[in-house]
Write a protein that binds this ligand. Structure first.
Ligand code: PMP
Length: 401
């Protein structure tokens, strides 16, 4: 007899974590594996950020804080939204959690009734559908293919909405695609949403600062002010400040939703750890120079990967517009035979082949709901990325068509 709750039956563990585990297992046998599975900046967090937390913790007691987050951090977040996004939020419209992931978890727990639908433009971040299912919801996954820049279009949105739609998730720049929406594209989606007052919008803007080719980031909140009372803007420290392990995410949205999310938090983790909140405040209020340096490094890596993949005739990659992934189309190798005589039936087989033959760990597109693709993370050095692209090219060259 299982002791595990039935609501977990449909929930899968993270696919990118699973790929990393497979890479680690292979590496443990002595193979030199390049793991491009996980999306984690490879830079250390800037020194002034870690020092702020360290000094505070050495000087004073670290205690529970308000569940919403310390007022000082929420003020810093409000100032960030005003300065960077042109948005005004009071501090009771802002909450802090252990990563953007916990923000999303709290938001869904606060709002989802059994059978409610969440529209997840596909490809989507792996955790979205699993969290939706955890709360009895139904993921609705309209395909947003490479031909439309992996972006949700107004007509596809309109046809995905039903009376049961509770949420539309947007993620820009997108994981895994890197897709960015401009102001006009967001306004066009907003115009559809204005006709459907039952739909809340979760705009996951965690890759805001990792955006390329001089594009200007436009928050959904800034593009669609008429939807302010049903928009939750999600962001966090992990990507922009290389602070994944500090676990600080935040959100701004309608006061009643923020209050409900804080209630959940007060009965679960109480608050985010105080040193982490001190570090986050130092990050937001301090010099932003490192953010720009990281961004420039990610753009050079993107260029290197795009140029390298362009030389492999059976793979496709339009330049990602932001974030630190390349979502590589592999339709051209589906059906090909490996040197050991196996046929590559799908992108899971392609990713397995790249790991076994090329010793490069990539995540198959099935994990993100759109196939056939595989995702590599570009959050590693140019030297490692060059080697990885060379290995992928060599592995593909061994296939017979
Ligand atoms: N949203 C997206 C789109 C992500 O890619 C990630 C991290 N991979 C997260 C949220 C979670 O970020 P955090 O570390 O703040 O929980």
């Amino acid at each position: 007899m299982s002791h595990i709750a039935s609501r977990l039956a449909a929930v899968k563990p993270s696919a990118s974590m699973a790929v990393s585990q497979a890479a680690k297992d292979l590496a443990a046998t002595g193979v030199d594996v390049i793991d491009l599975g996980l999306g984690e900046p490879d830079f250390p967090a800037p020194e002034h950020i870690t020092r702020a937390a360290f000094e505070a913790a050495s000087r004073e007691r670290m205690l529970y804080t308000a569940s919403l987050g310390t007022p000082e951090l929420r003020k810093a977040i409000a100032a960030k939204f005003k300065l960077e996004n042109g948005l005004e939020f009071a501090i009771d419209e802002i909450t802090v959690a252990n990563g953007a992931k916990q923000i999303i978890f709290n938001a869904l727990m606060a709002t989802m009734e059994e059978g409610d639908e969440a529209i997840l433009p596909t490809p989507y971040f792996v955790s979205y559908p699993e969290m939706v299912k955890l709360f009895g919801g139904v993921p609705v996954t309209p395909a947003c293919p490479a031909e439309v820049g992996f972006r949700l279009t107004p007509d596809v949105l309109e046809s995905a909405i039903t009376p049961r739609t509770r949420w539309l998730f947007l993620n820009m720049p997108g994981n895994p695609s890197g897709a960015v929406y401009n102001e006009e594209q967001l306004k066009a989606l907003g115009a559809v949403l204005e006709k459907h007052p039952q739909v809340l919008v979760l705009s996951d803007e965690i890759y805001e600062h990792i955006i390329f080719d001089g594009r200007k980031f436009v928050s959904f909140g800034a593009a669609c002010p008429a939807l302010r009372d049903r928009t939750l803007i999600v962001n966090g420290m992990s990507k922009a400040y290389a602070m994944t392990g500090w676990r600080v995410g935040y959100a701004a949205g309608p006061k009643d939703l923020i209050k409900a999310m804080a209630t959940i938090q007060s009965q679960s983790c109480t608050s985010v750890s105080q040193p982490a909140q001190i570090a986050a405040r130092a990050a937001l209020e301090g010099s932003q120079d490192d953010v720009g340096t990281f961004r420039a490094a990610f753009e050079r890596r993107r260029d290197l990967v795009v140029a390298g993949i362009a030389k492999i005739s059976s793979l496709t990659l339009d330049p990602p517009e932001g974030a630190f992934y390349a979502y590589i189309g592999c339709a051209g190798v589906i059906g090909a035979k490996t040197p050991s005589g196996q046929t590559l039936e799908d992108d899971v087989a392609v990713a397995k082949y790249l790991l076994d033959e090329g010793h490069v760990a990539a995540v198959p597109g099935t994990a993100y709901g759109l196939s056939p693709f595989f995702r590599i993370s570009t959050a590693t050095s140019e030297q490692v990325l060059s080697e990885a692209v060379a290995r992928i090219g060599a592995a593909v060259a061994k296939l017979s068509f």
